[in-house]
Design a protein around this ligand. Structure first.
Ligand code: PLP
Length: 386
C-alpha cells in the first residue's frame, strides 16, 4: 500500500501542492508562537479577536466545572444538555428565527442539512466557488448536482429554467454568504428573487459573515435585511468570528424538526462538549454588544486596501476581512508566504484544489485585535516580497 501512496505524495510534492502543518504553541491571537518565534497572525478566521478572549475562556472553564469535559452521547440519546438548549434559543433570537439547531461543526452541518432536504429525485444547484463541505454535501445527497458560475444570477436562472421542464421534485440552491477564499459576497437578494420565481429553496452558509457583517453581527442576512421567506435555510459556524467551535442552522420549526429527524450528521455523532456551548453563549454576548470590533475591522480593511493599492498589489473585490492577493503560480505563492514568514508574518498560502487551478493566492485575513501599525508593517513586508 505505502508504495502506491508514496507515488501520489511524490506527485503532489512535484506539483508544489504538498501541504505541511505548522505547530502553534500559544493561544490564537494577533500574534502566534511558532517554533519559538512570535509571528504576526494574518491567517486565522478569528475575525473579531475572540478566540483568545479571557471572558470566553472563563465561561469555558465554568462550563467544565458544571458539565465535565464531554457530553457522553448524541443529542437524541443523552448528550443534549441545558447549555446546548440555552445556546440554541439565544441563536434563534440572534438570527430572528423561530429555532436554531447546533451541529458539531460547519462541515457536518452542511452535510446534514443538504442530505436531510434533498435526495435522488431532486436537484441541487451550487455556486462554483462554494465551500468544500457544501459541495460534498450535495454530491453525497445523490440529488442531481449542478454548479452555476460564481455569483452569476443569469446562469442560475437559466439552469433553474431548464430544470422547470424536467421532473425534479425539489430544487435547492446553495451558496456561501461570504466566499471563504475570495472574500466577496453572494448576491443574496437576487438569488432569493430567482428562487422565488422558480419555486426553489435557498440555503446560505454564512460561516464568514456571522459576527462580522450586519449592525449586530447577524451576517449577510442582517446586512441585506433579508427575511426567512427569502432565505429559509441559514447556516452559521462558531469556530470563526465566534472564536469557539461548532455550527448552527437557523430556520422554521419544520426545518429544524426535519433536521432532528433526518440529519444523519446530527443524529449519528456525539453532541459538542456542553462547556463549548457555555463558552459560545459568552462569545455571542460579546459579538452582539462590542460593536467596536466590527468598526475596527472596517477601518483596518480600508487601511490595508489603500496601502496595498499604493504599492501596486493586485487585490480582489472584497470588503470583508478576507483580503486575498492573487499570484497565480503555486510555487510563487509558497515562496512569497515563506519570505513573509521570515519577516515575521504568517499568511495563508492557498493552492488548488482549495481554489481553481492557476489561481493560487495569499489569503490575508484581518482581525479586530490587529493594530494599524501591524497592518502597515504587513504591507511593507509585502512590498519587500514583490
Ligand atoms: C469554515 C467553513 C465551513 C466549515 O466549518 P467548520 O465549523 O470549520 O467545520 C463551512 N462553510 C464555510 C463557507 C466555511 O468557510
Amino acid at each position: 500500500m505505502d508504495r502506491v501512496l508514496e507515488a501520489d505524495l511524490q506527485q503532489r510534492r512535484q506539483q508544489s501542492l504538498y501541504r505541511d502543518r505548522i505547530t502553534i504553541s500559544s493561544s490564537c491571537g494577533e500574534q502566534l508562537q511558532v517554533d519559538g518565534k512570535q509571528l504576526h497572525n494574518f491567517c486565522s478566521n478569528d475575525y473579531l479577536g475572540l478566540a483568545g478572549h479571557g471572558d470566553i475562556a472563563a465561561a469555558f472553564k465554568k462550563g467544565v466545572d458544571t458539565y465535565g469535559s464531554g457530553s457522553g452521547a448524541s443529542h437524541l440519546i443523552s448528550g443534549h444538555c441545558e447549555a446546548h438548549h440555552v445556546l440554541e434559543e439565544q441563536l434563534a433570537e440572534f438570527t430572528g428565527r423561530p429555532r436554531a439547531l447546533l451541529f458539531s461543526s460547519g462541515y457536518m452541518a452542511n452535510m446534514g442539512v443538504i442530505n436531510a432536504l434533498v435526495g435522488r429525485t431532486d436537484l441541487v444547484l451550487q455556486d462554483y466557488l462554494n465551500h468544500a463541505s457544501l459541495l460534498d454535501g450535495g454530491l453525497l445527497s445523490r440529488a442531481k448536482f449542478q454548479r452555476y458560475n460564481h455569483v452569476d444570477c443569469d446562469d442560475l436562472a437559466a439552469k433553474l429554467h431548464a430544470a422547470d421542464k424536467g421532473k425534479s421534485r425539489r430544487k435547492l440552491v446553495v451558496t456561501d454568504g461570504v466566499f471563504s477564499m475570495d472574500g466577496d459576497l453572494a448576491p443574496a437578494r437576487q438569488l432569493a428573487d430567482i428562487c422565488h420565481q422558480h419555486n426553489s429553496w435557498l440555503m446560505v452558509d454564512d460561516a464568514h459573515g456571522f459576527g462580522v457583517l450586519g449592525a449586530t453581527g447577524g451576517g449577510l442576512i442582517e446586512d441585506g435585511n433579508l427575511s426567512m421567506d427569502q432565505v429559509p435555510i441559514l447556516v452559521g459556524t462558531l469556530g470563526k468570528a465566534f472564536g469557539t467551535y461548532g455550527a448552527f442552522v437557523a430556520g422554521s420549526d419544520a426545518l429544524i424538526e426535519t433536521l432532528i429527524q433526518f440529519g444523519r450528521s446530527y443524529i449519528y455523532t456525539t453532541a459538542l462538549p456542553p462547556a463549548v456551548a457555555v463558552a459560545t453563549s459568552a462569545s455571542l454576548q460579546l459579538v452582539r454588544s462590542e460593536q467596536w470590533r466590527r468598526d475596527k475591522l472596517v477601518q483596518l480593511i480600508a487601511r490595508f486596501r489603500s496601502a496595498a493599492q499604493q504599492i501596486g498589489l493586485k487585490l480582489m473585490d472584497s470588503q470583508t476581512p478576507i483580503q486575498p492577493i492573487l499570484l497565480g503560480g503555486d510555487q510563487q505563492v509558497m515562496d512569497s508566504a515563506a519570505s513573509l514568514r521570515e519577516r515575521g508574518f504568517l499568511v495563508g498560502a492557498i493552492r488548488p484544489p482549495t481554489v481553481p487551478i492557476g489561481q493560487a493566492r495569499l489569503r490575508i485575513t484581518l482581525c479586530a485585535n490587529h493594530s494599524e501599525q501591524q497592518v502597515d508593517a504587513l504591507v511593507d513586508a509585502l512590498d519587500q516580497c514583490q
